[in-house]
Design a protein around this ligand. Structure first.
Ligand code: CUA
Length: 156
């Protein structure tokens, strides 16, 4: 079988590009200890109230500029309601669900998680501007889904 010279060149070029592409994806996916941002920790959704730290949901001050927010989602509310933090502080959110899949979106930020029952979902965010931040559920979870929200006040 005869293959035209140019055709051969392009075939080889295509194969090389494919290899380069796969190597870039493979290396970048596992480089610098990359790992999925959440979903790594499991919890029994029927035992949330008895499982640390969700037995005591709330905002904990870890040091001057760092908080941990332990939050429980259930139809149709977030616990705790209305947290207040200092401007410039970083908050480590740990969120789980007692029932169905909920959303966790902090409006006007890039924080947007799916809260899956059985998993502890976590995300970190630094609040650089003062103001009131609305947290909403953006996964349809039932008849009062649109009522499901809480707030974070960031004060100077
Ligand atoms: Cu919870 Cu929608």
């Amino acid at each position: 079988m005869h293959i035209h010279r140019l055709e051969k060149i392009w075939l080889v070029f295509g194969c090389i590009m494919l290899a380069v592409f796969l190597i870039i994806i493979g290396v970048s996916a596992f480089a610098s200890d990359n790992q999925p941002p959440s979903d790594a920790t499991l919890i029994d959704p029927t035992q949330v109230d008895q499982t640390k730290p969700f037995d005591k949901p709330g905002l904990k001050k870890i040091d001057d500029n760092k908080y941990e927010a332990v939050m429980v989602s259930q139809a149709f509310q977030f616990t705790p309601q209305d947290m207040t933090i200092k401007k410039g502080a970083t908050v480590d959110f740990l969120v789980t669900s007692k029932d169905v899949v909920h959303g966790f979106e902090i409006v006007k930020t890039n924080v947007n998680m799916m809260v899956v029952p059985g998993h502890i979902n976590s995300i970190e965010y630094t609040f650089k501007e003062a103001g009131e931040y609305l947290i909403v559920c953006n996964e349809y979870c039932g008849s009062a889904h649109h009522m499901m929200s809480t707030k974070i006040k960031v004060v100077e």
